[in-house]
Structure formats: C-alpha cells, structure tokens
Design a protein around this ligand. Sequence first.
Ligand SMILES: [Zn+2]
Length: 399
Amino acid sequence: MATAAPSEKSGKVVIRNIGLLLSGDIDQPILDADTIVINDGLIVAVGKLKDCDVAHARTVIDAHQTCVCPGLIDSHVHPVFGDWTPRQNQTGWIDSTMHGGVTSMISAGEVHLPGRPKDIVGLKALAITAQRAFDNFRPGGVKVIAGAPIIEKGMIEQDFKDLAAAGVTLLGEVGLGSVKAGYEAREMVQWARKYGIQSTIHTGGPSIPGSGLIDKDVVLEADADVIGHINGGHTALSEAHVCELCEKSSRAIEIVHNGNEKVAIAAAQAALQLKCPHRIILGTDGPAGSGVQPLGMLRMVALLSSLAGIPAELVFCFATGNTARIRNLNCGLIEVGRAADFVFMDTAQHSAARQLLDSVALGDIPGVGMVMIDGIVRCGRSRNTPPAAAIPEVLGAAI
Ligand SMILES: [Zn+2]
C-alpha cells in the first residue's frame, strides 16, 4: 500500500508545456498559462514559461499539452481507519480513488466502524482518534480530513467546545444518530458553528435499514452548513422539494454519485438558475452499499456536463475550487500559495471528441495521466481510468 508521510518535501518542481489549465475558480475556470512552479508543495508561480523562474528545479515535468486541473476533492466519504473499508471489506480504496484524480476527501462520519460508539464520551473519542489517524497517514498521499462525529441526544455545548479544542473541524452527517428533529439538530449545529466546526446534514430517505428520513423541513430548520447529498443517499426527496431547498437555503448544495442521478441534474440546474453555481460541490458518498467508486468524482463531472448541459470547465470547479472555498481547504485552486495538488488529464483514447472538455461534454470519462499531491508525483498513468491519449513525462528526478 503506497502511503506518504505528510512531512515529505517536494523541493522545486516545474510543470511546463501545459495544454489546458483549469483553475478551479468558477469565476475564471480556464487560465491563459502553460507553466506552474512549485516549491516544497506550494504553488509559487503560474504563467507563461518565459515569465517564470524555472532554474534549478529538482523535478521538471513536461505536461505534453495535457490538461492540468486542481486535484478533485470528494466532499462526502465514509472512511474508517487506514485504507480499509468494512462496508465492502476492501483495502486500498483510497489509493484507488487517487487513481481517479482525487487528492482530498472529506469525511461525513466514520459511521461504518464496527461497534461504533454512540455514547457521548465514546463518539468524541472516536472523532478525535480518526482526525489524528488520518492527519498522520495519507493512503496514496490523499489528504483525508476525518474525525466527523455523529451527534447524539444529550450532547451539550461543552461537548462541541471540547471537540473543537481537540482539533475536530467537522460534524458527520446530522440525522444518522439519534438527533433527527429539526429543532434539536439546529441547536447542536449552532453550537458546532460557534466553535468553528462545519456541519453536513443527511438529506432524503434512509440509507440503510435503521436510519431514517430527513425531509426538506428538517433540512431547512437544522440549517447545517452543507445540504449533504441533496440528491439522496440513495433515495432523493422530490425534485420540487430539492429545488425548494436550493432556493430557500443559502447553504452548500452537495451532489453525490451515490444518489439519484435525475435529481442530481435537477439540483445543479436549479442552482444555476438561481445564479449560485458557487454553492455546488460534489462527492461520492462512498464506500457504501453501492460500492467503492474510484472514478465516482470523474463520473459526476461527466454526468453533469453531458446530461445537465453544464460546460465541463464549470463542472470541474464544482469538484475543486468550490469545495475548497466552502470547506476552507488550501487546495482546489491554481493560485500562488495553494497546495500543489493536481490531476493531469487528456481525452480517453478513441473518444469521439478530440478535445478534453468536449469529450467530457459527450459523457466520456477523461484519462488520468498523472496525479500530484503537495508537489510530489503519486501516480503516472492511472490504472483505473480509460487510457489517456497523451500523458505527462517526468524529466530530471525520477518518480
Ligand atoms: Zn447520508
């Protein structure tokens, strides 16, 4: 299993001969630049080759005219420990997802842990342990932001203060525990927010036997920061209620692979009609009963671009910069000071389209040719995507 210590340093890295540079920024999704310079994992320059200081690089990468995009951020996963999931009894799922272009993941709760504690001391201890464990251990180099407690009845404000002081920054899906009423959830969401902990609410029908319905009135009353899987996980609310959520709430609109695809399209189109595309973020909700989805994020991008008719360069922003801004992450955007987390893509071999964005608009999944996290190459040609027509090449220092 490929892992990476968070302290590894990239030194100076130059990426040149970029054919298409996607920024992750919904207000300017394509940049007029062909070169990125990195130092110790952070972007230090973006521009034309002649304008950049490219001397004395430890590593030079010739992108061979492929597309460079910020690494994809999966806004909704359910990790447990390490690179193992009990849900599918599978190891290596995070590394496999990195081969699908994902460089960061956000936990929506470590709910699949066998024997998961539901008492308050136990759930707090689990959250703190998960946060620490994934902070110290990155499968495939992927940054897993974990430690997302599931709120239970009986929690008091001090519990949220304690969690925040211990380094917990997220709540797991509100509604998966015993707190299911809107007024109860709202109080705890507000306590969490007061101490800088971001919240996500489960939206829609029950995910597994024993969980329950969270309808649009509960979502609106709880007012969590993220309307989690607005298209259901799996079962969606009616399209009318989903559109009402987009309109009446100002919170993030999270669309997942594991949900209802027709409602995914309706939610994205509603957000565009409401002129708030910056609120749309994407996730997989994996691993789940529907499986581990290493290409889930790329499939969501292709789905929304092809069937919702949204330009591919905008949809990539839903999977990168939008999420980074909403989740307060130092990645997801091509700009100086941000983490050098990138996915290099090209059209899949024999796609009916010649250009990457056109192929995505046709519904094809791109071919991933390389993934970089913190300026360090984590994989070359993906073992999971269809083969890319062209792939980047490392010149100088070896992978
Ligand atoms: Zn859920």
